[in-house]
Design a protein around this ligand. Structure first.
Ligand code: HEM
Length: 489
């Protein structure tokens, strides 16, 4: 069946179609997709753009796993992340991505990550150092400090807490820009201009074709950054570049001294093509810093937000945290079952990466429909995770959905917080391990009591709009718990 026969998705009825609807009420549109019938739906967007949504797990599997060779990362994503992540693992495509994934995969196996467990616990202890006995705070701010500390320590062996605010500010500016610019008319124009150059390049030869190739490259990212937001982004990127370059220079001076931080491992990683150049290392480091901390921080904040509102679940998590050794180690991870399930369920309800997309590279069929090249196929973990056909009573927080016997009857791709296929999140073990260790350490020491409601706000990730106001009360048993000094870090 032809692409034109794909049913139009609900939620884009206005004059400007889904483009405006996505800008004004992104979660509303994704929620409607969750309840809509049909494996593949079409969005109303201005030509020459073509956007469809893979709306069922079978279609997600067909797209991301079985037909992974016929798709590539979407132009819009690459555009929005270009200044920050360049050709890093998240945004790169083709042979460059293949090589980088091969070089980096050994750094992220569960075994390789064991080296970082201690840092994860130490950063958690450092985060709660200033909490005192009884305070109301923004939990999302605290979990961001925590995961930023972990990212700094594991990536750079650096104590980023001293610079957390400056780095954090720069990253927040860059990520806010990404969330803001996605699907804006100026971004759509850039993507359309890139497509036009691509068509000229493939249909012509000689000087015109090479000119078009240069245009294509120029339109991969923003050509100029205008307005206050643009200037703020340029400043933030300049700050991050200088900071990362200093650290790369420092590592190159001390190569071969047995350092285990990820930056040293990235610099040392090599294959028959040699090692990565500074620009590639910079792109990978910023990619890992961004992909690694904001997502996990959001997941941690939502887990405690949801658990603090469910006394039975909370009590089970606290009992589990109390039942293992303190401080927790990798050996305790298999016993953190309830905590692991609660984290998974929070990622279901509020998946930090709530939507992502792919562009088709060639004519292909999906769910029986013929798609033209350069069709954008959107996947919405938020939509899938709220589909009542896959998740009965989808708005209810119920970690038991992840009991093995209940998981057995569910489609493998109904739960998609880390994506799927060859481009599945390389940091998923890192995130699961960090979350379990951090939650066990926190719950052992503090009682978390709700101090206000929150709602998800779709930006670059699905952040809590009000930062999760939370009362934290030090537990009497915390006096006997291990301290930073015990960890000798
Ligand atoms: C709860 C935490 C996390 C969530 C929800 C998450 C989610 C995702 C998703 C959905 C993708 C695939 C996107 C797509 O297919 O277009 C992805 C890719 C990626 N993630 Fe994560 N992530 C998390 C933690 C991490 C951590 C801790 C790291 C690194 C330390 C990381 C690094 C990456 C990278 C580098 C990619 C690109 C992989 C590739 O394309 O080969 N992520 N992540």
């Amino acid at each position: 069946m032809d692409q034109a026969a794909i049913p139009v998705a609900p939620g884009g009825e206005g004059l400007l179609g889904h483009n405006a609807a996505m800008r004004n009420d992104r979660l509303g549109v994704l929620g409607k997709l969750a309840r809509a019938e049909g494996p593949l739906l079409r969005l109303r967007v201005p030509p020459p753009l073509r956007v469809v949504v893979a709306n069922e797990p079978d279609v997600v599997q067909e797209l991301l796993v079985e037909k992974a060779g016929s798709i590539t990362k979407s132009d819009m994503l690459r555009f929005a992340l270009w200044n920050l992540a360049g050709e890093g693992l998240f945004t790169s495509t083709g042979d460059l991505w293949k090589r980088q994934r091969r070089l980096m995969a050994p750094l992220f196996t569960p075994k390789a990550l064991e080296a970082y467990a201690r840092d994860m616990v130490a950063c958690t202890l450092r985060t709660l150092e200033g909490w005192g006995d009884d305070r109301t705070l923004s939990l999302a701010h605290e979990t961001t400090r925590l995961t930023m500390g972990v990212a700094g320590k594991t990536l750079f062996e650096a104590d980023t807490f001293s610079e957390a605010d400056e780095i954090g500010d720069a990253l927040t500016v860059a990520l806010d820009w990404t969330g803001y610019v996605m699907a804006r008319p100026s971004a759509l124009l850039h993507v359309a201009a890139k497509r036009a150059c691509e068509q000229v390049r493939t249909r012509t030869s000689g000087a015109l074709s090479s000119l078009a190739a240069r245009g294509e490259q120029a339109f991969t990212g923003p050509v100029v950054l205008w307005g206050p937001r643009g200037r703020a982004l340029a400043g933030a990127i300049a700050f991050l570049d200088a900071h990362v370059q200093r650290m790369i220079d420092d590592r190159r001076r001390t190569l071969g001294t047995g350092r285990t931080d990820l930056l040293s491992r990235l610099i040392e990683a090599h294959d028959e093509g040699g090692t990565m150049d500074d620009r590639q290392v910079r792109d990978e480091v910023l990619t890992l810093f961004v992909a690694g901390h904001e997502t996990t921080a959001t997941g941690l904040a939502w887990t405690l937000y949801l658990a603090a509102r469910d006394p039975a679940v909370y009590a089970a998590m606290e009992r589990e945290a109390d039942s293992i050794d303190d401080p927790p180690t990798v050996a305790d991870l298999p016993r953190l079952e309830v905590i692991g399930r609660a984290f998974r369920e929070a990622l279901r309800l509020y998946p930090p990466v709530y939507m992502f997309g792919r562009d088709t590279l060639e004519p292909m069929t999906l769910a029986g429909y013929a798609l033209r090249p350069r069709t954008n196929v959107m996947v919405s973990p938020y939509g899938l995770h709220h589909d009542p056909k896959l998740w009965p009573d989808p708005e209810r927080f119920d970690p038991d959905r992840f009991l093995p016997e209940r998981e057995a009857g569910r489609h493998r791709y109904a739960w998609l917080p880390f994506g799927a296929g060859p481009r599945v999140c390389i940091g998923n073990h890192f995130a699961m391990m960090e979350a379990a260790l951090a939650l066990a350490t926190l719950l052992r020491r503090y009682r978390f009591e709700p101090a206000g409601d929150d709602v998800p706000e779709p930006s670059a990730t699905l952040r809590p709009k009000h930062g999760v106001p939370m009362r934290v009360v030090r537990r009497p048993s915390a006096r006997k718990a291990a301290t930073l000094a015990d960890l000798e870090v």
